[in-house]
Ligand binder design. Sequence first.
Ligand code: EPU
Length: 421
Amino acid sequence: MEKMVIKGGRSLRGTVEVSGAKNAALPLMAAAILTTDEMTYHRVPALKDIKTTKQLLLQLGVQLDDFTSGALRIKAREITDHTAPYELVKTMRASVLVLGPLMAREGRADVSLPGGCAIGARPIDQHLKGLEAMGVRIELENGYIRARSKGLHGVEFRFDLNTVTGTENLLMAATLARGTTILRNCAIEPEVSELAHVLNRMGAKIDGAGTDIITIEGVEKLNGIVHEIMPDRIEAGTFLIAGAITGGDVTVQGCRAEHIYSLLKKLDEAGLKVETEPDYVRVCSNGGIRSRDVETNPYPGFATDFQAQYMALMCLGNSTCSISEQVFENRFMHVQELVRMGANIRISGRFAKVRGVPKLSGAHVQATDLRASASLILAGLAAEGVTEVHRVYHLDRGYERIEEKMSSLGADIKRAKDDMV
Ligand code: EPU
């Protein structure tokens, strides 16, 4: 195993280039199942979750070719297997994204049930309910969802709650269904719009993506295209918070300010100087950090994927604030670790009360999930002394070359072999 060793106390300054978005790339890779043609993606981030998705596609009989750095050709000429096995789904819940495309193309899929995970129970009932409405017979057997259909048909379906991958799964399934599908109460995250945009370029007939009602007119077949993955808004925001928490000045090149508007607004309220241009965002410290409450919500609200990083920042705020997690019921696993670094945080249900402290101090801490890991790295950058973040494999699921990028901004951060875990 590996760990990150951070000597804190250096201000991060400079410019860093954003990578392609993990949460856009994952559904787009699954969407390649919908066509026998070749799909070519550029700016595919080098991440553990991307590797897992490649393994999953290979298992299904799909051909893959990493022809140059960040570029990936996917050709699903034939599907020879229909199983997303437990070993892959348990490491990456987004494996469930093959369910919609497999049903649309093959009429059968065996996908392991994801079960619980570090950030909550995360059921997939909405994915299944939607597919059932489209004519899929679903049985649960030996921990697997066994889905079968003799052909999907269009349907009017309303999600009971906002789900990103749920919307993506049904969107993909409906592209090849017979007739028209109307999905209501859809997720409107930019990654959903990106998927719809790519599917339309492939020949799908999708209207309304980016709003909560999406209409899909089924087509006979889809074609291959070449596409560059959108910038990763969560990675971008994480680097901007790194600048803020270290009293520095960081510019993220290639990121779209409109995708992280809620975060930027909060950073502005917290006393940071925020500058936005069409192709970059800059956040620069003005001295102290003002404590400001936040509540996570589906897009365009404050993203749950920023909650842990924002909490690290608020640990050094000038007074007290409340952080409310409204998307996942158990996404405060970083709190105990931040407390070990000297933070003053109390949790009550979905609320965390963060009382700012003058300084954090380096410690050994354990990463528990992807964004929790990012929050501990940020805290370590700002802390006095040395922080060792263990279990960094969580971090490698979603941040490309993070130590290299942070170092280029002046951080003292190194990856090392971990004998402790
Ligand atoms: N939910 C249900 N039933 C469902 C689906 C969701 O009850 O059928 C609940 C979940 O338990 C959760 C809420 O609805 O409480 C929202 O979950 P959602 O389905 O939107 O999450 P997701 O699609 O599994 C994606 C991202 C997450 C991100 C969330 C919320 C991908 C691959 N993952 O997950 O990203 O936190 O949306 O924005 O797109 C990350 O990148 O670190 C990450 C966890």
